[in-house]
Design a protein around this ligand. Structure first.
Ligand SMILES: *[C@@H]1O[C@H](CO)[C@@H](O)[C@H](O)[C@H]1NC(C)=O
Ligand SMILES: *[C@@H]1O[C@H](CO)[C@@H](O)[C@H](O)[C@H]1NC(C)=O
Length: 115
């Protein structure tokens, strides 16, 4: 699998950073549709999207995207920075165009164009 849309990785790292700032215990979980009605795509500024939201461990990120254009992979920091999708920590893709990722780790998420 090769990443051909480099730009997608960056906004999510920012989102992950925003998530880390507010990791407090919470009993109820919230489900966020990432990017709201724009979904998970290459031209949304997710820093802006995440700005007024509070994320907690156990919340769910709902990634709505074009299933023919993207897979959703969780990678470690090295691979994220190298934009390398060859060794994902977790492949969240269901190939349905709607993948749900629980917020229970601090790994960045890459949107990857399937080869
Ligand atoms: C997204 O918006 C933030 C805050 O306005 C800005 O600092 C950042 O540069 C923007 N990122 C991109 C990729 O445009
Ligand atoms: C990430 O995974 C790659 C490939 O398995 C490995 O070489 C690298 O050391 C890992 N980095 C971290 C921070 O765990």
């Amino acid at each position: 699998m090769r990443l051909t849309r480099r730009g997608i990785a960056l906004p999510t790292a920012m989102l992950t950073r925003a998530v880390l700032l507010v990791m407090l215990p919470e009993v109820t979980s919230t489900r966020f549709i990432v990017g709201s009605n724009m979904g998970w795509t290459s031209n949304v500024n997710y820093t802006v999207w995440a700005r007024d939201k509070h994320f907690y461990v156990g919340d769910l990120l709902d990634l709505v995207h074009d299933r023919n254009q993207m897979n959703v992979l969780e990678v470690n920091k090295t691979d994220y920075e190298a934009c390398n999708s060859d060794h994902p920590v977790h492949d969240w893709s269901t190939r349905t165009g709607r993948d749900v990722v629980p917020l229970n780790s601090d790994h960045p998420i890459l949107g990857v164009v399937p080869s």
